[in-house]
Design a protein around this ligand. Structure first.
Ligand code: HEM
Length: 158
């Protein structure tokens, strides 16, 4: 059953350029919107730690506003990524870069959850909460960059 679905998807994907373009756009668009928003918020968080309390409060409000765009970007990356994977399972299932990328993706999601926790701790005024948020923002910057690097390597190194 599953192999039949994959076969039909492989032939649909191979024979429709507009469909391939749409899925690639969803993948890169998810990265630009979700990743772009996340990286902007991370940089603002990293600088806010050194600023006055007033700036930090504004930063927390900005961070809250970015969550929906980042989550929608990750959903677009996940759905389009699964369709890209399904279009060439033979290549990607045996690709170390692909599984490295999936590992980075899991770390990115866990770090995103820690960022949400960090925001709550800051709101509760817990000691060193801003310092922890700073490290989580730095980790987010690194993970988005490494996942994108792994993604760019996929079609080339395989
Ligand atoms: C934060 C998450 C992700 C980022 C930043 C990301 C980024 C990228 C980038 C930059 C490319 C290269 C596009 C190109 O050169 O055409 C790519 C390709 C690819 N991505 Fe992702 N991706 C992410 C998540 C995923 C997920 C969750 C999957 C699978 C479930 C996935 C599967 C793929 C596949 C199979 C390709 C190769 C497409 C091809 O060669 O035709 N990606 N990704």
């Amino acid at each position: 059953m599953l192999s039949h679905v994959i076969e039909s998807w492989v032939s649909l994907y191979a024979n429709h350029a507009a469909l391939r373009t749409g899925i690639e756009f969803l993948h890169i668009g998810g990265l630009v919107a979700g990743g772009g928003c996340a990286i902007t918020a991370d940089l603002a968080t990293i600088t806010a730690v050194r600023d006055r309390a007033a700036t930090r409060t504004t930063q927390l409000q900005l961070l809250k506003k970015t969550h929906l765009i980042v989550v929608l970007g990750l959903v677009a990356l996940g759905v389009s990524g699964a369709l890209l994977f399904g279009a060439d399972v033979q290549t990607f299932f045996y690709s170390r870069i692909f599984w490295l990328k999936m590992g980075l993706m899991v770390l990115l999601l866990v770090n995103g959850w820690l960022l949400l926790l960090g925001e709550r701790q800051v709101k509760r005024g817990e000691p060193r909460a801003w310092a922890r948020l700073h490290y989580t923002a730095v980790a987010s910057l690194i993970l988005w960059s490494l996942t994108t690097l792994a993604g760019a390597a996929l079609p080339n190194i395989g």
